[in-house]
Design a protein around this ligand. Structure first.
Ligand SMILES: Nc1ncnc2c1ncn2[C@@H]1O[C@H](COP(=O)(O)OP(=O)(O)OP(=O)(O)O)[C@@H](O)[C@H]1O
Ligand SMILES: [Mg+2]
Length: 206
């Protein structure tokens, strides 16, 4: 027979008063201290239906934020098979904050989660391709080859149209930019754009 359960199972409604669980909280605090010391680890919460798993995880999030760290509560159901790494980063960072703090949190999340990934992507660009990449990152709209050449050419000598075309194709092959249906080019995605722009401000050099 199923044991009776003092709680009403209903996905993760916050209890008015969160009671007990001191052992679990102590275990979590230990894992968190280790993580802060540079030794991150996983932790799994298992329990019967309605026993308080979700509430406990939310409590962990509160405790973490209370210590001034970023915490994310992100349901696996929000991910799909087609999500890219950037989608994952975006979802996880979205969960870290309310909207007013979005920009700062976004940057923090990029720093924590995405830096290695975007850095590796960024490094695929050679010096002159980097100039083109930055031009596309700054562009408010998609750019055709001619528009790119015009914008780059205004600032930099030595970027004839055929070179620009060549660099754009190479950046596309390297997966840093993409071509639209109207045969113009744009940077891979908004997160990578943000990264490239921040990079130009000398950000992430620490
Ligand atoms: N430590 C606690 N103190 C007080 N109330 C709690 C506590 N933990 C859970 N509850 C209450 O119990 C109910 C069920 O909790 P919760 O949704 O967290 O369980 P669950 O294990 O995630 O459930 P499910 O298996 O359905 O996902 C909720 O109404 C919640 O508010
Ligand atoms: Mg639950």
């Amino acid at each position: 027979m199923i044991k009776s359960n003092p709680f009403t199972p209903q996905s993760g409604w916050e209890p008015k008063v969160f009671g007990g669980r001191s052992k679990q909280i102590e275990a979590f605090s230990r894992v968190m201290r280790e993580a802060v010391a540079g030794r991150p680890n996983h932790m799994v919460v298992l329990g019967e239906w309605g026993i308080g798993k979700t509430s406990l995880l939310k409590q962990f999030k509160k405790i973490t934020q209370g210590k001034g760290y970023l915490a994310s509560f992100c349901s696996i159901g929000r991910f799909t098979e087609r999500d890219t790494v950037q989608d994952g980063i975006s979802l996880i960072s979205e969960e870290m904050v309310d909207e007013t703090e979005w920009e700062q949190a976004f940057k923090n999340a990029l720093r924590e989660l995405g830096r290695d990934y975007f850095e590796a992507l960024y490094r695929r660009a050679s010096g002159r391709e980097e100039t083109i990449l930055l031009t596309l990152a700054k562009a408010k709209t998609n750019f055709t080859i001619a528009e790119t050449a015009k914008t780059v050419g205004a600032k930099h000598k030595d970027f004839p149209l055929k070179n620009v075309k060549h660099f754009l194709y190479r950046l596309e092959n390297k997966g840093l930019i993409k071509r639209t249906e109207t045969r113009s080019f744009t940077i891979l995605d908004p997160m990578f754009r943000e990264y490239v722009l921040l990079k130009q401000l000398g950000w992430g050099q620490d």
